[in-house]
Design a binder for this molecule. Structure first.
Ligand code: HEC
Length: 273
């Protein structure tokens, strides 16, 4: 008797439309029974080995994986003359990082960046200098809104305490400094200024600033910032400088009303002021 017929003979004639009737067939379908039998006959003898004590050598299914020639960290080596198993990488060895991702798609960006950060083989991006070793006068990464947002976030955390939220040198810590801190809006920090090269600001952010007498006047923040963060800060300082010199005409119409204080009275009522 087929399974379907048996179900029908159980007295629920219209089970296809109504609730599924209580199953009154074998406890397992035949396939499950077969699998169970196989497990018992083949699996049990193996499982029986577990926990048994024996003086015989253990069974090895992949002996070449169990018994590999290898050294443990800090072990003594008979092979190397200096007796050390832990070797210095040969000169010029390149860090082994993520393999290059050959995809110019958004999902690959993280991997590409991780690899670049590991290798740090682009002097412009990672040291802020050009081929002759001079500080760059451009920002070598793409300046996007996301980069500026990141720059604002890092600047406010790591720089503003001394240099001020607007970069004018009047941060809470800056005000208590033994001498007035310079403002980033001084001519010398603007593009083309004596201390205004992008590569210089990048370098100061990461490694601090050493004055002419050789004294470290500002600590570096390389422990807290990646190179990309440092470029983000440089871009944000440029934005602060630009904003500081902006006229109301630079503000798009849509934003101007808000800046000048909303709601704005109708021009006629204001009497032209
Ligand atoms: C603890 C206070 C402090 C913090 C925080 C700080 N600075 Fe400075 N910064 C200084 C001092 C002090 C000087 C030196 C001023 C001087 O004597 O010319 C300086 C100088 C500079 C200069 C000018 C270097 C030059 O060529 O004259 C730059 C650019 C600069 N800081 C960038 C940054 C950036 C970017 C950050 C955040 C990552 C930062 N600073 C965080 C204290 C600080």
């Amino acid at each position: 008797m087929s399974r379907k017929m048996k179900w029908q003979s159980g007295g629920v004639a219209k089970w296809r439309n109504g609730p599924v009737p209580h199953r009154r067939i074998l406890p397992f379908p035949p396939v499950a029974a077969l699998v169970a039998t196989l497990l018992v006959t083949t699996g049990l003898p193996l499982a029986g080995c577990r926990g048994d004590r024996s003086d015989n050598p253990p069974r090895q299914f992949f002996p070449d994986m169990d018994d590999q020639p290898r050294w443990k960290a800090q072990d003594r080596s008979e092979f190397f003359a200096d007796g050390r198993t832990m070797r210095q990488p040969p000169q010029g060895a390149v860090a082994f990082g993520r393999s290059p991702v050959v995809a110019d798609e958004p999902w690959a960006a993280t991997y590409t960046l991780q690899r670049a950060q590991l290798l740090k083989d682009d002097a412009r991006v990672y040291r802020g200098v050009d081929d002759s070793g001079n500080p760059l006068t451009t920002i070598p990464v793409e300046v996007t809104t996301a980069l500026l947002d990141r720059g604002q976030n890092r600047f406010d955390i790591y720089c503003a305490a001394c240099h001020g939220i607007k970069g004018d040198g009047k941060g809470l810590v800056g005000q208590t400094w033994s001498y007035p801190l310079p403002s980033f809006h001084d001519e010398r920090f603007l593009p083309g200024g004596a201390s205004g090269a992008e590569g210089h600001i990048f370098d100061v952010a990461l490694h601090g600033f050493v004055g002419p007498t050789g004294r470290q006047l500002m600590p570096g923040y390389a422990h807290a910032l990646t190179e990309h963060d440092a470029w983000a800060i440089v871009a944000y300082i440029r934005a602060l400088q630009r904003a500081n010199r902006a006229a109301i005409q630079d503000v798009p119409d849509s934003e101007r009303t808000q800046l000048q204080g909303a709601p704005r009275p109708a021009p006629a009522a204001e009497g032209g002021s």
